[in-house]
Design a protein around this ligand. Structure first.
Ligand code: GRF
Length: 218
């Protein structure tokens, strides 16, 4: 099977990165992780990637005079590794239109909310403040505006009485670790295709029953 060549962008601890690396170990998984790139030299995920035998690259944005120069290096590094699809996983650097266009429909991101609700930071805190009963996470194709773009997959997480941002965030993170490998599988296998701003799923998927929060049965 020809596997899609994936490069992961990180800035921090890299737990989503690890979930993708682990999923891609399976012989029938349609993607392989060929490089992990961090814009922060001290990102914890770098060591985890190395331990997993994945080549890592540090491109420290602080060493580049402009965003364009940083992104040119990033682009080159991805090309050098033969990357076909980027998975951003906790990559905390805004990308300019030039980069986003070059990788249009070839870059995924994971975000810890049910987009389009709560783009940006502090999503768990904001979800609790707004009193939503269902929160979650989203994998989407990247567009210029932060945390926008065609949605590939989402996981819903029920808010529980007494939740704190930490407790809720931990349950969402657990869901993220299942969602990202699932979404990457859909994209890499061709089961999901993006056409302009439309996502097409093939074959049609079963519709699971709704999640009620609070649950119907007390
Ligand atoms: C995750 O919650 C992800 O959704 C967000 O940043 C966090 C990164 O965590 N974009 P990790 O580095 O993957 O552990």
């Amino acid at each position: 099977m020809k596997k899609m060549r994936v490069g992961i962008l990180i800035s921090g601890r890299g737990s989503n990165m690890v979930s993708l690396i682990n999923a891609a170990r399976a012989s029938d998984y349609p993607a392989e992780i060929v490089t992990v790139i961090s814009n922060r030299p001290n990102a914890g995920g770098l060591k985890l990637a190395q331990d997993a035998g994945i080549a890592t690259v540090v491109i420290d944005h602080k060493l580049y005079a402009t965003r364009m120069a940083f992104e040119a290096k990033l682009h080159q590094s991805l090309r050098d590794a033969g990357v076909e699809l980027i998975c951003s996983a906790g990559f905390m650097r805004m990308l300019t239109g030039g980069f986003v266009d070059r990788w249009k429909n070839r870059q995924l991101n994971i975000h810890p909310s049910l987009l389009p609700a709560f783009p940006g930071l502090d999503t768990h805190e904001r979800a609790l403040r707004e009193g939503v009963r269902i929160h979650g996470c989203t994998v989407h194709f990247v567009r210029l505006e932060m945390d926008t773009g065609p949605i590939v997959a989402q996981a819903a997480v029920a808010v529980q009485p007494g939740d704190t941002p930490e407790l809720l965030g931990a349950r969402v993170l657990e869901a993220e670790h299942k969602l990202y490998p699932h979404a990457l599988r859909l994209v890499a296998s061709g089961a999901v295709r993006v056409n302009e701003e439309d996502i097409r799923f093939a074959p049609p998927t079963d519709t699971p029953s709704p999640l009620f929060s609070p649950p119907l049965k007390p």
